[in-house]
Design a protein around this ligand. Sequence first.
Ligand SMILES: [Zn+2]
Length: 239
Amino acid sequence: MTDLLYQTDSYLRKFTAKITDVDEANRAVLLNQTAFYPGGGGQPADMGTLAVAGKTYTMPRARKGPEGIWHSLGGDEPLPQMGAEVEGQIDWERRYQLMRTHTAMHILCGVVFRDYKALVTGGDMEPLKGRMDFEFETLSKELVGVIEAAVNKEVDKALAVRVDILPRQKAFEIPDLIRTKINLLPPEIQVVRIVELVGLDLQADGGTHVHNTSEVGRMRVVDYKSKGKINKRIYVELE
Ligand SMILES: [Zn+2]
């Protein structure tokens, strides 16, 4: 399996690793460790470059497989050998925007749950843009402005963002986690990664986040839509 360096250090932009398998058909390599996020939980996969023996390949997409994290290699140069040492470099501008956006989505979730007890049912993001779906029957145009102000207040509060990796049983003892549907975790998952916006939001989450909500910057709610009587979608953008 690939050691997931981004799980404990989301600010790691550059790393070295060993190639543990090569997939010629899909032009991809498996690494023993990686800082590239393979996508999931609404956060898109990282891009960047992989340098091997003086050659630099573009890495347009990391992807999770049963064996670990596969890294696609662009171009048509011959693939590197198994066992070779590589240096990975993340497209940091894009990734840092995604970290800010992902943390912004958790602020939004936290605020909407704290103030209206509305549950999130899904979400998606790209750099500096995202949408979230809520079971939120009473959402209105006026409320959207109130929510936007409440989110930016949490940015101004500069809340610490803490990441913990807990044994499954310990995680199940945290009442706040129940609402993020932790119960749906498959039984073979024995540890749960927890992302906490201290004082606001606590979720089981595999994504990469900033260290402090002040890094998010201004968030604007740009639109909202009814997806039925109960289900509402909120669209946000970061400056
Ligand atoms: Zn998340």
